[in-house]
Structure formats: C-alpha cells, structure tokens
Design a binder for this molecule. Structure first.
Ligand SMILES: Cc1ncc(COP(=O)(O)O)c(C=O)c1O
Length: 451
C-alpha cells in the first residue's frame, strides 16, 4: 500500500486499477488493515438470494448511516453489567472499580475521541445525542442581537439541523425564515463552492451571528473546507460551528487547528458505537477558562460543575474547564462502554492508515462505477477530488432507484437511499474489502442490465 494516494501527497491521479475479482483479492492481500474486518459482526445474505451465497457476509456499504458492531462491544458492555451486579452503586468509585469507574465514564472515550477530531481532551465532551448537543451549543454560542441574528447554513442541510436552527431563532423571538441564510450549489452543479460560502460571509457577515455547516454533506458526500469557512466567518465576527455526523471517523479533522468555536457529532455512523449511541461535543480551547457569566445562554447541570467539589452539593455553579462544562448529567455507562469498544479499534488501526485505505477504496469504487457502468446507467454526484470527500459516493441512476435498491438488497447488499434520488455507498476502511467493492459493482451491473 506504500504507493497509495494520501492526503499528504495531494496527488489527484487515479491509480491503475484493474477490473477483475482477482485484482480486488490481490489488493485485499496487501491491505495492512484487512484483518480488522474479522473484528466486526456482519448481517448475512438472505436465504432467498440467487446471486450470492445465502448465509455468507452481506456487502455492507452503510457505515454512513449505522456502522457495524465491533466483536468487542459485547464484552465491553457485559463487563459493565457484571460490575453493576457485583458492586451496585459502589461501581462509581475508583477504590472499588479501579478500571473505568463510572464517575469518570465520560472521560474513558474522550482522549481517543479528541484524537479522532483533531482536538485536545479539554476541548471534547462525550454526552447526549447529536441534535441535543447542537441545541446546547447553540444556546451558548448563538447570542442574537437586533442587527446580527442570522444563521448561515447549507440549503440542503440534514432536516434535524434545519429544525434545530430554525427553532433556536424563534426561541430568541426572531423569524426563522428571515433568520436563516441558505447557501446552495450553483445552477447545474451539485456541490457548494467554498468561494461562494466565503462570498456570502464577506457580503453579509455583519448580519450573521453563527455560521453552521456540516463537515460532510449527508446527501452529496461533499467534505467542506472547514478551515477556510472558519477563517472567513471569524474575519466577520461570526461564531462558527460544524455538525460532523458524516465526517467523524471518516475524514481527517483538525478542529483545534481550524479554530472553529464549536462542533458536535454522533458516534453511530463511522464510529460504530451502536444505534442511538452517545454523541460528542467540541468547544475550542480558547473558551476553556471562560467564566460562566460570559456564557449567559449556556444551559448547565451538575455534571458540568468542576469535578473537585461536584459532590459537595453546593448551589454555586463553577464550570469544569473546557467542553466538559457543557455536560449536564452523569454519563450513560453502557453507551460509553460501547463507544470505547469502537474507539479502541480506531486507535489500533491508526487514523492515517484508515484514511489512506479509505481514499483508495472509494477511488476503486468510483473507477468501477465509471468503467463498468458509466453515465448511461449511473453517475456519482460526490466531488471527484479525494480531498473534498470521505468514504461515501452518492450515486444517481437513470433507472428507478427504488427498484435498483430492492434488487441489490435481495442479494445481500446493504446500503441506503435518500430522497429524492441518491443511493449512498460508503465503503469503510475498517470492515470493507476491495472484493466487497468489486462484488457490489458486478452485482449492480447484473441487476441494471437485467431490469
Ligand atoms: C447530518 C446529521 N445531522 C443530524 C442528525 C440527527 O442525529 P440524531 O438523531 O442523533 O440527533 C443526523 C442523523 O443521521 C445527521 O446525519
């Protein structure tokens, strides 16, 4: 894998791929991450399948929606259940439960998570779920005034983000229609140009309180230039936040370096923490010691109070340093255990190794889609530049997408469709193989030519 295209080399040419199953197998044979596939549970091919062996591993290309279960999850969660049986309430304390005491459960996955998002541990909190964190961070960072109350976001943002932002604006007594400024792709284009985002910020920055974008666009798979967006927004005095649902565990992130004010993400997609798993929040270190009075909108709870005297039960809130001041409740231990089982795999695999394989795997998918099928059947609307995407390609078909999806699902391919017209295909570096990608395109070809 040494001659791979990497983020560092910034080369844009596509490697000389071959269109055979043997070639895909040869790529798997030299993949240093290949063995990680065995560390995950796979749904199996249905009994009624005719083109793939029933009962064998399905081709799971849906890590953009819900990641597969690591084999270790069972053990990590079961360990906590056993401790609960054995210790009861005393499991909270390090003298009884020295490994992962529940009183510090949120800290267990925090350092790994900080590495994954390019942050310092003080900048990260493991808490709640994504939309809840988005609201809580906006409560603190969205401080509208009569002249600056607008929020800039993607026109085609994920609905929950649109709802959260709209309701934050009305919560403050402003009109959501007036308060949201949307950025759209240009006529005839599917992804948003960074210069168009910068232009709106430069022209209307004085009206904008917060610039809020996703890291990776859920529908098109576009990886936004978060450093550039942050710089443009800060130059106009706007706060900047990112929803990293589709970027975390998928694309390289440098939140501390980029300097955005806040970010939030879920962990059940590429981070494989399980359905509805616990989410993450980032608050830049420049706020690590900001006095609580300077965050008049921040909503707080006892778990955000500094650790040293949290159990004194005083009524004066003294914030923990950094992002942990934004926590409310004691951490859900079973969810954190499940997240730990996943981040541990990430740390062993290595983030750069994963990105290197991910770039290549998705390039292989793109190559096969273009050469085996071509635009008369299907085309990708995801950027072709590897630096502007993660694992996902968003495919648009000339035939009825639901019929295509049903046909491949019956043969044990798992991927999703997002309305109006996109099938999202996300080969992930931890559990997908080059052979998965070859088999997926071969099956797609059979089904498209047949129907
Ligand atoms: C971009 C984006 N934002 C927000 C959400 C909502 O996440 P949750 O239901 O965990 O709040 C999702 C869920 O898939 C998402 O993809």
């Amino acid at each position: 894998m040494s001659a791979l295209i990497t983020e560092e080399t910034k080369q844009q040419s596509t490697p000389a791929f071959e269109n055979t199953a043997e070639y895909a197998d040869s790529m798997d044979a030299k993949d240093p991450l290949a063995s990680f596939r065995d560390e995950f549970h796979f749904p199996v091919v249905p009994e009624t399948a005719t083109h793939r062996k029933p009962g064998s591993k399905s081709i799971y290309l849906c890590g953009n929606s819900l990641g597969l279960q690591p084999q270790n999850t069972d053990k990590y969660v079961t360990e906590e259940l056993a401790k609960w049986r054995k210790y009861g309430v005393e499991g909270h304390f390090p003298d009884v439960n020295p490994e992962h005491p529940w009183v510090a459960a949120d800290e267990d996955a925090r350092d790994d998570m900080a590495a994954i998002v390019g942050a310092k541990p003080v900048e990260v909190a493991i808490m709640n779920t994504l939309t809840v964190n988005l609201h809580l961070l906006l409560c603190a960072f969205y401080r509208p005034t009569a002249t600056r109350f607008k929020i800039l976001m993607e026109g085609k943002a994920f609905p929950s983000d649109k709802f959260a932002i709209g309701s934050q604006i009305t919560h403050h007594g402003y009109d959501a229609k007036e308060g949201i400024i949307e950025v759209w792709a240009r006529e005839g284009e599917t992804t948003i140009r960074t210069e168009d985002i910068e232009k709106i910020i430069a022209e209307r920055g004085s009206e904008i309180a917060v610039v809020m974008f996703s890291g990776i666009q859920y529908y098109t798979g576009q990886l936004f230039e978060m450093g550039r967006i942050t710089k443009a927004a800060h130059a106009q005095g706007c706060k900047v936040g990112f929803d990293l649902a589709h970027a975390v565990g998928n694309a390289p992130l440098k939140l501390n370096e980029w300097g955005c004010d806040f970010a939030c993400w879920c962990t059940y997609k590429y981070l494989n923490s399980g359905p509805g798993g616990i989410a993450g929040a980032f608050v830049h270190e420049r706020y690590a010691n900001t006095p609580h009075e300077e965050f008049p909108g921040r909503l707080v709870g006892w778990w955000g109070h500094r650790k040293s005297d949290r159990f004194e039960m005083n009524h004066q809130f003294i914030p923990s340093p950094g992002a942990q001041a934004f926590m409310h409740s004691n951490p859900p231990v079973l969810c954190v255990a499940s997240l730990r089982a996943s981040t541990e795999v990430f740390m062993r695999a290595g983030l750069q190794n994963m990105r290197t394989k991910s770039v290549l795997l998705t390039q292989y998918l793109e190559h096969l889609i273009n050469t085996e099928l071509g635009p008369e059947h299907v085309k990708s609307i995801t950027p072709t530049d590897v630096n502007q995407r993660g694992a996902q390609l968003s495919l648009v078909f000339t035939k009825d997408i639901v019929a295509v999806h049903t046909a491949i699902s019956e043969q044990g391919v798992i991927c999703d469709v997002r309305k109006p017209s996109v099938m999202r295909i996300a080969p992930t570096p931890l559990y997908n193989s080059f052979r998965d990608v070859w088999d997926f395109v071969a099956l797609l070809k059979t089904m498209l030519l047949k129907n």
